[in-house]
Write a protein that binds this ligand. Sequence first.
Ligand code: FEO
Length: 403
Amino acid sequence: MNSVQIAQGIYDVGVNDWNVRDFHGYSTPTGSTYNAFLIIDEKIALIDTVKKEFAGQLLKNISEIVSPEKIDYVISNHTEMDHTGGLPLIMNHIGQDKPLYCSKMGQKNLAMHFRDSWNYHAVENGEELDLGKRQLTFLETRMLHWPDSMLTYEKADQILFSSDAFGQHYAGYEKFDDQIDRDELLFHSKKYFANIILLYAGQVKKLLKTVTDMGLTFKMICPDHGIIWRKHPELIIDAYAKWSEPIHTKKAVVVYDTMWQSTKMMAEQIAAGIVSEGVNVRPMNLRTNHRSDIMTELLEASALVVGSPTLNNNIYPTVSDFLTYMKGLRPQNKLAACFGSYGWNGASIKILNNELSTMKFNMIDEAGLKIQYVPDEDGLNRCLEYGRTIGKAVCQFVQEQSR
Ligand code: FEO
């Protein structure tokens, strides 16, 4: 991708990563972008860089606009290497002594990543940098996404350079929100929230309050990943406000793996029982659904139902993988239930129950539902009834939460 002017004198000089398909455990079937922004004023500033392997492209994009050595300031909003891997090459070209603005934690973290004694300028929260016609304000946003994270606000054009916040893992020739289907854009934003931001929902709420308290308004929000919000920045602000609160819809997600199809049979009957109570349900086999897509479905669901056969006195490895991933993201205030088939030791139910309880899910039924070997007609009816019980619990839960 070449540079794109996003406002008078302000350019996105970042790159498309068409081929990335895994972002620390999150599937990215449409790739991603590493956005970086060049502001040409009386002083010239570069906000963020790109992954190391794209640093040459970043330099080329900058060079189309200005000689890199003319850059006066580099601003690093966040240390993670998808935004700083290109720093060594950039600093080599613009001059190692150029001021590098970052948060205090950013300075510590950058030093531990790159070991270079660059000319760090660790900013205070709210500190400003005068570029001439434009002033930049730095806002600390610890844990959005790392302890070092900060945002940069450009007052004259009311542009928020939001680092990881408000982004999407989406690579395309579209650059702005008015160039892409809105539902598709919100889907990618939701997946990104469910898999990266969810754990930090509390920090999102704090950020949105800070923005309101400071009376900041945005004509444009420029995340470091994906599409820039220039037409309707309020859409993503409103979506973040919604997603950062527990959401309770009449929806359940049934996640499972199966060894000899018995747990699959159970999953499908349980799903049928849930839907018979008027609750939307998504049965998701872990062999055909990526853990990050399940998290996206779970974001607005009220209940998670997990099924695993018992394998060697344990749960299935794929189920364990999913639970580990989900545990890190800490979904809040949801119901749960578990089920599975077994041969001679139904240990999976107890393990699932313990795992989900530890994650503070509200268990609908601690006994779970286990069936030996292959479910017969009576077994399938028990599954259907179990699904109905879950469906009723979801309806009651949604009603209680809406009071
Ligand atoms: Fe896009 Fe936390 O890095």
